[in-house]
Design a protein around this ligand. Structure first.
Ligand code: C2E
Ligand code: MG
Ligand code: MG
Ligand code: MG
Length: 291
């Protein structure tokens, strides 16, 4: 069965496509409701320094869907970007992270923790992004250097003029920046020196292959060396084995994140883990801390 739809277009009835469209519409509908009904939660994945101390966490979003259970950001961020829902959702993440930082300020040890928040392209490039971040920081009265924004190379290059202006304005406020999934994009050395970047985050695809693929080990080593020469920090994401950690340590990587230390976990669990590590500081070589 075919029917005429608009000029020169024939719409064919395709049950599979129809089902996919309906599923997408349902998901979009659910996503709209999720914000109103408070179904999003933040998970925290610790980041540790060379001494094995927790210096902060990456904030990773989860959607507690009433029927589907815990939904991965990989399954809803793209739709949120397409529909523009990422604007209120992304703002909620920043707000919640700032509120968390404020709460930790009351505790001497936790007050030094940094939170790294992922920012999507559409969110960053919206007109009032700088203002939103500034307002969140002022409203919660937190030290701006506790907030780190994770930007991907593609976001940065999407609209390089806008990026340069906004990053410098945010930097003036005191925000720091990590370049996420580094090595997978096309950023040139030229831009790296033009942007106020504090940290290069080595993509987990390279970290995973450290002991397996010689070229990936070379890439990891090169990124760490580049960070050292640019006088910025390097962080490895997706560290899963002691062998990967040892390689990273040998080459001078500054900060570590991955399942070897902890998976992303809810706030209360993260706080408990932090307390446990505070009482018993890790000894070198670092043992597996939690999984
Ligand atoms: P990402 O920012 O590159 O985050 C790293 C991802 O790697 C996370 O997946 C994390 O759970 C996972 N991971 C961490 N350690 C390991 C490891 O040792 N092994 C393996 N195999 N994986 C590890 P997750 O939480 O599913 O997030 C996926 C992506 O969704 C993130 O990639 C980020 O791009 C996006 N995302 C998450 N939260 C937010 C958010 O609040 N806002 C925006 N715009 N994007 C977000
Ligand atoms: Mg990230
Ligand atoms: Mg990443
Ligand atoms: Mg990644």
């Amino acid at each position: 069965q075919a029917k005429k739809g608009g000029r020169n277009t024939l719409l064919f009835y395709d049950p599979a496509m129809q089902a996919a469209l309906e599923q997408r519409a349902a998901l979009e509908n659910d996503l709209r409701r999720a914000l109103l009904e408070d179904q999003f939660v933040l998970y925290y994945q610790m980041q540790i320094n060379r001494d094995g101390r927790i210096i902060g966490a990456e904030v990773l979003m989860r959607w507690q869907h009433p029927l589907r259970g815990l939904v991965s950001p990989l399954d809803f961020i793209p739709l949120a970007e397409e529909t523009g829902l990422i604007l209120p959702i992304g703002n909620w993440v920043i707000e919640t992270a700032c509120a968390q930082l404020k709460q930790w300020e009351a505790d001497a040890d936790k007050s030094v923790l940094q939170l790294a928040v992922n920012v999507s392209a559409r969110q960053f490039h919206q007109a009032d992004f700088v203002q939103q971040v500034d307002q969140a920081i002022c409203r919660h009265r937190i030290a701006p250097n506790r907030l780190k924004l994770e930007l991907t190379e593609s976001l940065v290059l999407d609209d390089i003029e806008d990026t340069i202006v906004k990053m410098h304005r945010l930097k003036e406020i005191g925000i720091s920046f990590s370049l996420d999934d580094f090595g997978t994009g096309y950023s040139s050395l030229y831009y790296l020196t033009k942007l106020p970047i504090d940290q290069l985050k080595i993509d987990q695809s390279f970290v995973r292959n450290i002991g397996l693929t010689q070229s990936d080990a070379v890439i990891v080593q090169t990124i760490i060396g580049m960070a050292i020469n640019l006088n910025i920090e390097s962080i490895a994401e997706g560290v899963e084995t002691e062998a990967q950690q040892a390689f990273l340590e040998t080459h001078g990587c500054h900060v570590y994140q991955g399942f070897l230390y902890s998976r992303p976990i809810p706030r209360t669990e993260f706080e408990r883990l932090f307390e446990r590590m505070r009482q018993k500081p890790p000894t070198l070589p670092r043992a597996k801390l939690l999984n």
